[in-house]
Design a protein around this ligand. Structure first.
Ligand code: FRU
Length: 496
């Protein structure tokens, strides 16, 4: 069993130099990070927890790492909130969520344990647990697990029963968890409670009907515009040319919540991001009513980083979600704009052949390229480039596709280094907004109608940005550097 004080001490003593990391994306202080957990507002501050293994740069016994922010961009590191230190979570404190209550900040998470069957063989079981805290330290309640595997209807898997997302409607708390049914299909199941301790099984909120992968991990459920959205992260997805790729993927089921049957009547199922590195997203509703999503900017299928780098895993930029004309838009939270510096703007610039533009370079930036007109058929933007390296997005006009290619980014173990995206909402001009933060790119197409997220661990000296066009294109360019003045304090870590 792992010890929380030991993890905190290790984190303090082995914290990695910030100059080796991205500047406005959350990364682990040291070691490994996967899913965002407990993304919530508590006492007016934004809290983000995450799956955390401080001791190594690979997945291991899961702790909950923790940080807070006032604006989604500048984060303050806190001591880890939980370690797998009880019988019922000895095999890991897996993903979950958080909610502000009268008693404090409540964390609902999955306790994983190994259990002996009556015949002496062992099995893994997953159960839902509760911890309550003051925003810095958390205590697991004595009656854990609060939802045991014994409460599952017959045939539902007790080994795949995880990642609770909690919310409140009037006096009732609801909790949605990922699970597998008797036919081996992924589903999200719903529970209800008045006090977060005693839970009743309610319904199957949605299931994959054999279509969207197998196990559904990390559910989130919320109203958006006139609809309801269920976000899940299926494992083992089958590729579908225009929408889905093989393997792990984050999808959104958009429809209407039937409150009599407690079931989502889905109308469309879409990919949340078309890139190589986006998984297990979770959302929070801000005090001013925005729905903001953050995800793990990596994937189980793309577990790659340079040898020697002592941290692994990043979060995406928090993205505001909106549903308009049946399209789910996502755009970086507006708070990012106050960290934009040194604007460089080109209006109606003609591009033909291969070229660079003065002052358009760098690895930490917010860059928008708008393709206005021209007789071109292909237009490419490459970044993190020098004579040896580059990563690129190529727009192919005839097919309205964008092809991503990081073959030459420097990651020699990267077998899946290309991916295509079909532009679903073709507009008069094509607007491409790129967020670069040293080792990642997040592309927002046409004001966020589609997003494409990928990592690339190219040496930092490669910082050119190159435009290529087969004929002529007219473009507008707007570029900012992102700068976080001052250092994030680490003072709160001393409180434990
Ligand atoms: C998703 C996931 C979750 C689980 C966690 C374990 O990436 O597999 O289902 O709770 O990671 O770290």
């Amino acid at each position: 069993m792992a010890d929380l004080a030991k993890a905190n001490k290790y984190q303090k003593e082995n914290r990695i130099d910030k100059r080796e990391k991205p500047i406005f994306h959350v990364t682990p202080p040291v070691g490994w990070m996967n899913d965002p957990n407990g993304f919530s507002i508590f006492q007016g501050k934004i809290h983000l927890f995450y799956q955390y293994h401080p001791y190594r740069d690979v997945w291991g016994p899961m702790h909950w790492g923790h940080c807070i922010s006032e604006d989604f961009i500048r984060w303050k590191e806190l001591p880890p909130a939980m370690a797998p230190d009880m019988d019922y979570d000895a095999a890991g404190c897996f993903s979950g969520s958080a909610i502000e209550t009268e008693e404090g900040h409540a964390l609902l998470y999955t306790g994983v344990m190994e259990k002996e069957r009556t015949d002496g063989t062992k099995e893994i079981v997953q159960q839902q647990c509760l911890a309550i805290g003051d925003g810095i330290t958390y205590e697991k309640v004595s009656i854990n697990p609060v939802i045991s595997f014994g409460q599952l209807p017959d045939g539902f898997s007790r080994e795949d029963f995880r990642d609770p997302k909690v919310w409140r409607e009037k006096e009732t708390y609801y909790l949605a968890a990922g699970n597998i049914n008797g036919q081996g299909n992924g589903q999200v199941i719903l529970f209800e409670s008045e006090d977060l301790r005693e839970w009743r099984y309610v319904s199957v909120l949605a299931d994959n009907q054999g279509k969207y992968g197998r196990m559904w991990e990390c559910p989130d459920f919320f109203p958006l515009g006139q609809k309801d959205v269920l976000v899940v992260s299926p494992q083992d997805m089958q590729a579908d040319e225009t929408e889905f790729h093989n393997g792990n993927q984050a999808v959104a089921l958009i429809g209407v919540y039937d409150r009599k049957q407690y079931r989502l009547l889905e109308e469309q199922v879409i990919s949340l991001d078309y890139g190589t590195d986006f998984y297990a997203p979770q959302t929070v509703e801000t005090e001013d009513g925005r729905r903001v999503m953050i995800a793990w900017m990596q994937s189980w299928d793309m577990n790659i980083k340079p040898a020697g780098q002592k941290w692994c895993g990043m979060m995406t930029i928090p993205r505001q979600l909106e549903l308009r004309d049946n399209t789910l838009y996502q755009k970086p939270v507006k708070e990012l704009e106050k960290y934009r510096r040194d604007p460089v703007v080109y209006t109606g610039r003609e591009i033909s052949g291969t070229c660079m533009l003065p002052d358009i370079r760098g690895r930490i930036l917010d860059l928008t390229v708008e393709l206005l007109e021209g007789d071109f058929r292909e237009f490419t933007v490459s970044f993190a480039a020098n004579e040896k390296f580059h990563t690129s997005f190529r727009y192919i006009r005839d097919t309205q596709t964008i092809e991503f290619d990081r073959t030459y980014c420097g990651m020699v173990r990267d077998a899946v280094c290309q991916r295509k995206m079909k532009i679903k909402k073709v507009e008069r001009t094509l607007k491409l907004r790129f967020l670069l933060d040293r080792f990642s790119v997040e592309l927002f197409v046409n004001d966020g109608a589609q997003a494409f997220t990928s990592t690339f661990y190219t040496p930092l000296e490669a910082e050119d940005i190159i435009f290529q066009c087969d004929k002529k294109a007219m473009i507008n360019v707007e570029k900012y550097t992102i700068l976080l003045d001052g250092e994030e304090g680490e003072d709160l870590c001393e409180r434990i």
